[in-house]
Ligand binder design. Structure first.
Ligand SMILES: [Ca+2]
Ligand SMILES: [Ca+2]
Ligand SMILES: [Ca+2]
Length: 453
């Protein structure tokens, strides 16, 4: 860790000297040299995990707090007194010290301006009486729920909680690895990320065996038994409760037709690039050795639990790597490697840069031209403490993407807070969602806008 800190420090000093020199010379005529800074948008949140601006030209920001409330920041920059919606009564009770469940995802319908529809991903209490495969007597932990809601007919700052139309419910065996992102793709379909079911190694209650018997488990490679370990894609504009897009890879087969891509561990955060070729970029949280960012394509198999990052995973000992593993799955499809791989701080080989990767967005704003077209992502924490960090990557056409820490004015080595998530507004500007607490408790949750300073 020490060498990493020194390395980041050196990078920052170099960056600062370069930028500083540029600023002194011609501050206004060299926009490409503006220094990245953070501007506080709002505070007093508990655990902010998502941010979105509805596509309705009202210039409001909607901030999702994990405990169930969605707060609105008006066009004047002020937080409204009443939340847009409070989902707590429909959710499990969260553990204050640590929890990965909760209200995790929000997506506005592309035609929200005219139809007022939006979508939430939340963790409901478990359904009683549903058996857990391979675990007689065991009970599910919770129920992953994806629903459609409508805004109030009379108040644009209030949701109609009674308008809920449930789209997907998937029994979940442990409190971790929920996934939790909702986003509409450029094709108008709703994309959903769901983790492998939790516990560790993709084994335990509710984790089914797959084609690769060398490793126990797992839901990542299975495409039949449940919806876990996948990116799903559904058409919410028809069907009861939805339609399957005709070119979903398993449409009309015995496998789950909602699956768009599979082989994920905990795909907590993904986004579509607002520009370029609108790629789907995803952070899949690794276990103890490697963290990864994937470019997700239709029908792709991203490797878990055969592989962790570009390495062969071993369910018998997660701190070792197997010397070899298959390059393809049982259907002959390649196990697709990530475009960015970072070493986990728990990796005994050293060189770790963080404990849990947080997928971000491609910067498409105008405040910082030097970041234009860069993929901005981060780590929840550098070392298990309140030390979230942000990275910037060049989106190379093929091969691994070069990346480096992105430090902000006044934050030379880390954020001094946990980095919970990122957000992006309709102008392509980006936001950091942070908290002084790792778990959903306290009032230290904050949202910052990335700005030029
Ligand atoms: Ca297996
Ligand atoms: Ca699966
Ligand atoms: Ca992978």
């Amino acid at each position: 860790m020490k060498s990493f800190v020194a390395f980041t420090g050196m990078l920052f000093v170099t960056f600062f000297l370069l930028i500083g020199a540029g600023c002194k010379k011609d501050h206004n005529s060299a926009p490409a040299n503006k220094t990245p800074g953070l501007q506080l948008v709002t505070d007093n949140l508990i655990s902010p995990v998502a941010l979105a601006e509805p596509p309705d030209d009202t210039h409001r920001l909607f901030i999702v707090d994990e405990l169930g409330k969605i707060w609105i920041i008006g066009a004047d920059g002020k937080k409204l007194a009443a939340p847009f919606i409070d989902m707590a009564s429909k959710m499990v009770t969260l553990s204050p010290g640590y929890d990965e469940r909760g209200l995790l995802g929000l997506a506005f319908h592309p035609q929200y301006k005219t139809n007022g529809k939006f979508y939430l991903f939340y963790t409901a209490p478990p359904r009683p009486g549903i058996p857990v495969p391979g675990a007689p007597g065991a009970t599910w932990n919770s129920l992953t729920t994806i629903s459609e809601f409508k805004v109030s007919a009379t108040d644009p700052n209030q949701a109609d909680i009674n308008s809920e139309r449930i789209l997907i419910r998937d029994d979940h065996p442990y409190l971790n690895h929920n996934g939790g992102t909702l986003a509409f793709g450029p094709d108008g379909f709703l994309y959903i990320s769901i983790g492998d079911g939790g516990n560790a190694d993709d084994v335990g209650n509710g984790h089914v065996p797959d084609w690769y018997a060398v490793n126990a488990g797992g839901n990542g490679q299975d495409i039949y038994a449940n919806l876990m370990g996948n990116i799903l894609r559904i058409d919410v504009n028809g069907g009861a409760p939805y339609n399957i897009p005709a070119d979903n890879p398993f449409a009309g087969t015995a496998a789950r037709p909602e699956i768009y891509a599979y082989g994920f561990r905990n795909p907590f955060r993904f986004s579509f690039d607002m520009g370029g070729s609108h790629q789907l970029l995803l952070g899949d949280e690794g276990q103890s050795l490697y963290e990864e960012i994937d470019v997700v394509t239709n029908g792709g198999n991203y490797g878990w639990n055969v592989k962790e990052g570009t390495h062969c995973f071993d369910t018998d000992n997660d701190l070792l790597e197997r010397s070899s593993c298959p390059m393809t799955d049982s259907a002959g499809k390649p196990l697709i490697d990530p475009v960015i791989e970072l070493v986990n701080a728990a990796n005994p080989k050293g060189g770790g840069v963080g404990i849990a990767i947080i997928g971000g967005f491609v910067y498409r704003g105008s405040a910082l031209p030097a970041l234009q077209g860069k993929y901005i992502f981060g780590m929840l924490s550098r070392d298990g403490k309140a030390t979230g960090i942000v990275f910037s990557a060049d989106m190379a056409g093929s091969g691994m993407w070069a990346n480096s820490p992105l430090n902000f004015s006044g934050y030379p080595t880390d954020l001094g807070q946990y980095l919970k998530s990122f957000g992006q507004d309709q102008s392509g500007e980006m936001y950091l969602l942070t908290s002084g607490q790792e778990g959903p408790q306290g009032t230290s949750g904050k949202v910052y806008k990335i700005v030029a300073q």
